[in-house]
Write a protein that binds this ligand. Structure first.
Ligand code: OAD
Length: 270
């Protein structure tokens, strides 16, 4: 990179050296859609779970805690259920990367499915922490009807498997569960990355956070976030663009000549 700024990143993205762009997303890309992130002081979900009487905030997403007390998760799931939120300009920016044949893979930790709703091609998305799209019994793994689970969550009623009476939950990955096979299958592709763009994540949860270390040493890494995260900034071609991600991707989009396209495509998500 010529410099450690958005214009230099855009210049590199328009060169022949940059063909495969990988993106890593976290909860920060959806906060402007009205979905809280987890760890931001004051506004993050983990700071606002007092009403659920949890022993500690992360328990709401722990499989062993859920087995004994599923109600806190069901209560939270009602607030987080997809369908009522609109993708943000940042989600649309990822779609533009695909439209411009630059996007190889978008790894996301988010379960809100806003990448799909922004029309990022499905085969380019890896939902590393699963999503609300499917649901299973946690004991016998029998699938459960989505409409029924949704109705149960709306009423804060715990759903049970028709066969073994085990607890049912959406296929979002809890602490203590494995990440989807697709995640593990896709990780090696990072060795071919020409650019990594990390947006809206505190990079505190592994194995996802460790992905930043899988790209080649000379691959530029860009962090777009409200705060510094992980070790991005340590390598020669690391770029840290601090601020609200929607503002920063608009700046980057403008440097790429995509400003109008970004607004036009985002308007379609309304
Ligand atoms: P965090 O809440 O840990 O981090 C969100 C990051 O986004 C923070 O660094 C914020 O400063 C930043 N941020 C918030 N709003 C922003 C904005 N508008 N523009 C730019 N940055 C913004 O969320 P994640 O890193 O996604 O896992 O959390 C990772 C995992 O922890 C989640 O997937 C979830 C959680 O426990 C499971 O539940 C398994």
């Amino acid at each position: 990179l010529v410099g450690r700024d958005a214009v230099s990143v855009a210049e590199y993205m328009q060169s022949d050296d940059c063909r495969k762009v990988f993106v890593m997303l976290g909860a920060g890309v959806s906060t402007s859609a009205g979905i809280p992130d987890f760890r931001s002081p004051g506004t993050g979900l983990y700071h606002n779970l007092a009403k659920l009487n949890l022993p500690y905030p992360e328990a709401v997403f722990e499989i062993n805690y859920f087995r004994n007390n599923p109600l806190p998760f069901y209560t939270l799931a009602r607030e987080l259920y997809p369908g009522k939120f609109r993708p943000t300009p940042t989600h649309t920016f990822v779609k533009l990367l695909a439209d411009h044949k630059l996007l190889d893979t978008c790894f996301t930790q988010n379960i809100d499915t806003l990448e799909r709703q922004a029309n990022v091609p499905g085969h380019r998305i890896v939902e590393a922490h699963g999503s609300f799209a499917d649901q299973h019994c946690i004991e016998c793994h029998r699938p459960f009807d989505g409409q029924r689970l949704r109705a149960a969550i709306e009423k804060s009623q715990v759903a049970h498997c028709d066969k073994c009476k085990g607890l049912v939950k959406p296929d979002i990955v809890f602490f203590g569960e494995s990440l989807p096979a697709l995640f593990h299958q896709t990780v090696p592709k990072l060795r071919e990355a020409d650019l990594l763009i990390v947006i809206g994540t505190s990079l505190k949860v592994n194995p996802f956070a460790a992905l930043t270390g899988f790209v080649p040493d000379d691959c530029p890494r860009v962090l777009i976030n409200m705060e510094r995260a992980g070790d991005i900034g340590r390598r020669a071609d690391d770029v840290v663009l601090l601020g609200r991600c929607d503002d920063v991707v608009r700046e980057l989009g403008a440097a790429l000549g995509w400003a109008d396209e970004l607004e036009r495509e985002w308007a379609k998500t309304d």
